[in-house]
Design a protein around this ligand. Structure first.
Ligand code: SF4
Length: 254
């Protein structure tokens, strides 16, 4: 049991976000167990081949899963990756129009494909399975259209490497419970990874179950706290009770 921080009135628990890293690491293991009990086992298996994962994740930014799939399907109708590089960018943007911001994603996708071909002579990413994780992450994030989330998804999902993708749901749930203090998604990748064991099956299951929890219970607006298995140790619930404000929004007066 953790000793209360000095200076707090008796009976009040310190917020998780203010606790040392070792305690927040323990909190994340507790969260893993709770969402595991709620949503069950997640056996690790790649959901799609590596290039599909990479390009689809670029398409997924600010886009629903349905529109992401539709955009990817139309993109692939333009031909193989070489053909997509050679296609006029406006036509690539048209093909991916179901994804948000197609005009900025189309040149990024083409630049990413071009960089992969130039560096690897093709589109086989399996060398990432053997590279040191740090180098693999750097190689991917040095590509023009690839950020930490996309790189982490490819490395964890396709190659079972010990990294932790932080999407909007994982970020929101982890922040509200207090596993990490408030910070942006990019910084949250590094902060959470420091607290988690380098165990790919654990990381895979935690990612998927927190994502599901964020979609179903700890939603952006009006989270369903009374039905939440994380409630007992959640900072946001300790502060606001069942009226947790929308994520990213400052709480109103009173
Ligand atoms: S108690 Fe509420 S705010 Fe906390 S994790 Fe659960 S749903 Fe989210």
């Amino acid at each position: 049991m953790t000793e209360p921080l000095l200076g707090l009135p008796e009976g009040e628990r310190p917020l998780n976000a203010a606790r040392p890293e070792s305690e927040r690491a323990e909190l994340l293991r507790w969260m893993f167990d709770r969402v595991h009990e709620e949503y069950g086992d997640r056996t690790h298996e790649p959901r799609r081949e590596p290039m599909h994962e990479l390009i689809s994740t670029i398409l997924s930014q600010r886009t629903t899963a349905r529109d992401e799939d539709a955009a990817y399907g139309e993109l692939r109708q333009l031909g193989d990756w070489d053909a997509i590089i050679e296609t006029p960018t406006e036509l690539v943007a048209h093909a991916i129009r179901r994804s948000n911001y197609p005009e900025s994603k189309a040149p990024r996708i083409q630049a990413t494909l071009r960089a992969i071909r130039e560096q690897r002579g093709g589109y086989d990413l399996d060398f990432l399975a053997e590279m040191p994780v740090k180098d693999a992450m750097k190689w991917l994030t040095d590509l023009p259209g690839v950020g930490l989330k996309t790189a982490s998804l490819v490395l964890l999902f396709n190659y079972a490497r010990p990294v932790f993708p932080v999407d909007t749901h994982v970020h929101r749930v982890s922040t509200r419970v207090g596993a990490i203090p408030r910070m942006g998604e990019q910084a949250a990748h590094r902060a959470l990874l420091r607290l988690l064991p380098p165990d790919p099956p654990f990381l895979y299951e935690l990612h998927l179950n927190l994502l599901r929890h964020g979609q179903r219970v700890c939603t952006w607006t009006r989270p369903r706290c009374p039905a939440c298995v994380l409630r007992e140790r959640c900072d946001a619930h300790a502060i606001y009770g069942n009226n947790v404000p929308s994520f990213g929004e400052k709480p109103g007066k009173g």
